[in-house]
Design a protein around this ligand. Structure first.
Ligand SMILES: [Zn+2]
Length: 347
């Protein structure tokens, strides 16, 4: 293939040369839309590859802001992002704009919930899992089964990673394999740690599956759940093609329990391993952070960024986002966090 320097596809020339993609595949990538749920370790590597590969539209969804402990493995962030408390979705978008302006990147600073999941995940052709949270994965899975949208699963803790591709009803769904979130939420990077290299490997496998799906190489998609432990030099591929469970609530019985959880009140959740509680108010709202700051100034040390407000007081750190979400660090007492919400933010 002869690619001239002035060629609009020159940026992708090495990828176009690859037999699995070609110019036709590259055009499909440019026309494609994807969502990435979670822009932490996995999500930053995923978003980086997708942007450089020339995927046309990428929606980045993440509720959190950059902290210094993220920098060891979250490849798109730097010290200034942590110092300025930039939300991860926005920090990633801003970095990636400098990498490839041809890609449209939408940053959503929000927690994926039953309320917003269908709005955020059904106008894309594939969903990539960058989360560290079983409940969110089960929610993604409900959307996937209900709307027949494929998703790519990835999970990492310690030096171990798991990866699988789901496109029910052609494949089993995630819930066929993992029916319920484990008690206590399971091990997370916040409780048992993680090393960077396993993140890159699993995220890269997720991106490869997405590329295959988008360019129409579905016959190359993995039918196994891959389980790799870099520290133990272990690599297993477990065939899941026959793992469909006829009684699976989601793909067997058509009950979307995580998606249909209708909530009439604020949702409070303990953020596992972080000694923190997140309170998400019901319904959309936009707070005037500046007005809240005026009240908070009397309570303790306050910092303000365009996206959030942070109050340090009596060993607790309260981080308030414009959409009304509050993360209280320094406690796992939900009732206490809810009292603070009522008192400091209001209903
Ligand atoms: Zn299932």
């Amino acid at each position: 293939m002869n690619i001239r320097l002035s060629d609009p596809w020159e940026r992708y020339s090495r990828q176009i040369l690859f037999h699995g993609i070609g110019l036709e595949g590259q055009k499909k990538l440019k026309a494609s839309r994807v969502a990435v749920v979670g822009v932490g370790a996995l999500g930053t590597v995923i978003a980086n590859h997708l942007t450089r590969a020339g995927v046309g539209f990428i929606r980045l969804i993440d509720r959190d802001f950059v902290e210094r402990s993220n920098l060891q493995r979250q490849m798109l962030f730097d010290e200034s992002d942590a110092d300025r408390l930039v939300p991860k979705a926005i920090a990633a978008r801003d970095k990636l704009r400098a990498v490839n302006r041809e890609v449209e990147i939408e940053a959503v600073v929000d927690h994926l919930s039953a309320e917003n999941a269908e709005a955020l995940l059904t106008d894309v052709e594939i969903i990539l899992d960058g989360t560290d949270n079983f409940a969110v994965r089960l929610l993604i899975n409900d959307v996937s089964v209900k709307h027949r949208i494929p998703w790519v699963h990835g999970a990492v803790v310690r030096a171990r990673g798991i990866h699988a591709f789901f496109h029910p009803p052609k494949t089993p769904c995630y819930r066929c394999l993992f029916p319920q979130p484990p008690e206590g939420g399971g091990e997370t990077c916040d409780t048992v740690g993680v090393i960077g290299p396993i993140v890159d490997i699993i995220a890269s496998m997720e991106v490869t599956a997405a590329l295959k799906w988008i360019v129409g190489a579905a016959d190359r998609l993995p039918t196994s759940l891959v389980d790799i432990d870099l520290w133990e030099n272990a690599h297993a591929a477990i065939d899941i093609s026959g793992a469909k469970n006829a009684n699976c609530p989601a793909c067997g019985l058509g009950r979307y329990e995580f998606l249909d959880e209708r909530r009439g009140e604020a949702i409070s959740s303990v953020l596992c391993g972080r000694n923190a509680v997140q309170i998400t108010p019901y319904g959309r709202r936009t707070l005037d952070l500046h007005a809240v700051r005026a009240r908070w100034n009397a309570l303790g040390h306050v910092r303000e960024s365009p996206h959030l407000l942070r109050l340090e007081q009596e060993g607790l750190t309260l981080t308030l986002f414009r959409d009304g979400r509050l993360i209280v660090q320094g406690t796992d007492d939900v009732a206490h966090a809810e009292r603070l919400y009522a008192e400091y933010v209001g209903r």
